[in-house]
Design a protein. Structure first.
Length: 458
């Protein structure tokens, strides 16, 4: 196994707590078997998300000292704007304090109730923002993308035949824009091929529908294109990124992922009318258009992070971390979504815990067990996040897959940390028959997995 070597030195360290198993057993019960409700000082290895959990570089920290906190016209905004224009080619750059605000702004302004938004896979916040505005979020993956063991270099591709059929059936006038998420988070962190982006763009534009990329992990997607598509082996990451964005009319971005920062996002687009309407809405809820809810120092950190993230040595190491976890899991026969994705490994809880039915939330049960076993926090992407009761029959409708996402923060954990995580999973796998299903005690009307409380079923 080729172990990923960090292309950086460590200048600062943070002690991480380790509490006893007995304490963890008590904590998980008090938290209602929901690791979102556990204080971070009780977590040993935190793989809940790769969003906002990156370690910033010395260059980014130095940038914080160059923060210009002017209310309007901060010089950091113009550096931010210039950097994003160079990367994406889009004309208008609107800063926000995080990605879901860009989604909220976009769908508030351009979508009417009852309209439909196609995507390869909507992530939970994207789906929630579409539905909160009365829209319909439609996922269009190829059937084989739902098969965890199916090996495909670009498993995140949008289903082109289904996309064209949907537009013809729905009517282009009922689709204000289409989306592609790169990499495809809900689909297992899987990349989207350049040919697929280009072809989807041609379909959308044939019907006069704008295409937006959910670009949170654009650099990771570009690395997969470079490494898996022979046509791009000798193309730079920057050139691949520019080509990806050239097929789109705009993008939403949480800079808390491939921006390598702890807060921030942006909306980039070419439509002047939409830019004006969205900017006016931004002033109401986020702030002046040259800061968008962010401090000047944060804008500067994003600008510098976006330049660092396209470094090929960094990306090779970053993707190599996830591949290494997959290789270690193979050694224990632990099922996961193949091939290993970009920012996370996705454990197949349906096969890991076959004795727990979907309505008893097997992926959430595994998340809880992993915290008890090793103080490790992951996140469920399964029946708790996406399951629901049929409004007519009351029968539980489960999603196709039950996954546990272990998202690796950027530039934070070493190979030994990841090895520890796999060892904890291996211990659980040995005694998996003893893990119990869960039942809901409390759920919120939207994004229930954030605040739900559950209890074990005896």
């Amino acid at each position: 196994m080729k172990k990923p070597i960090e292309p950086f030195r460590i200048k600062s360290v943070e002690a991480i707590p380790y509490i006893s198993r007995e304490e963890r057993e008590k904590i998980i019960k008090e938290a209602g078997y929901n690791v979102f409700l556990i204080s971070s000082d009780k977590i040993y290895i935190d793989l809940l998300t790769d969003s906002g959990t990156s370690a910033m570089s010395d260059n980014q920290w130095a940038g914080l000292m160059h923060g210009d906190e002017s209310y309007a016209g901060s010089r950091n905004y113009f550096h931010f704007e210039e950097t994003i224009r160079e990367l994406t080619g889009f004309k208008y750059i609107i800063p926000t304090h995080q990605g879901r605000v860009t989604e909220n702004l976009l769908f508030s302004v351009i979508m009417k109730p009852g309209q439909l938004i196609p995507n390869n896979s909507h992530f939970d916040t994207t789906r929630a923002n579409v539905e909160a505005k009365g829209g319909i979020a439609k996922d269009l993956l190829y059937p084989w993308a739902h098969e965890p063991d199916y090996e495909h270099p670009f498993k995140g591709n949008i289903n082109l035949e289904a996309l064209e059929a949907l537009i013809q059936e729905t009517g282009a006038e009922n689709i204000p824009l289409g989306m592609i998420t790169v990499t495809n988070n809900s689909g297992g962190g899987q990349p989207v091929a350049m040919d697929n982006i280009r072809s989807a763009s041609e379909i959308y534009h044939k019907y006069g529908i704008p295409l937006f990329l959910d670009a949170c992990r654009f650099a990771e997607n570009a690395w997969f294109i470079k490494s898996r598509d022979p046509k791009y082996h000798n193309t730079s990451i920057r050139d691949i990124v520019l080509e990806m964005f050239s097929y789109a009319d705009g993008c939403t971005m949480s800079a808390k992922k491939d921006g390598l920062v702890n807060i921030g996002g942006f909306l980039a687009l070419n439509n002047a009318e939409w830019n004006e309407r969205i900017s006016n809405q931004l002033i109401l809820i986020e702030g002046f258009p040259t800061y968008g809810g962010l401090a000047g120092r944060d804008l500067e950190a994003i600008s510098r992070g976006l330049k660092e993230v396209v470094d090929e040595r960094y990306l090779e190491y970053r993707i190599g971390q996830i591949a290494a976890i997959g290789e270690m899991l193979d050694g224990f026969g632990i099922p996961y979504v193949r091939p290993a994705g970009g920012h996370a490994i996705y454990i197949d809880a349906k096969r890991f815990l076959p004795h727990i039915p979907p309505h008893q939330f097997p992926a959430q049960a595994l998340v809880a067990a992993l915290f008890v076993e090793g103080g490790i926090r992951g996140v469920e992407i399964g029946s708790l996040m996406f399951g629901s009761a049929d409004p007519k029959t009351g029968k539980f409708q489960a999603p196709q897959n039950e996954l546990v996402r272990l998202a690796v923060p950027r530039r934070v954990y070493s190979y030994l940390h990841l090895e520890y995580v796999v060892q904890a999973l291996a211990e659980i796998y040995k005694k998996r028959d003893k893990i119990k299903g869960l039942r809901l005690v409390y759920e919120a009307p939207a994004l229930r997995h954030f605040t739900a409380r559950l209890a074990e079923i005896d």
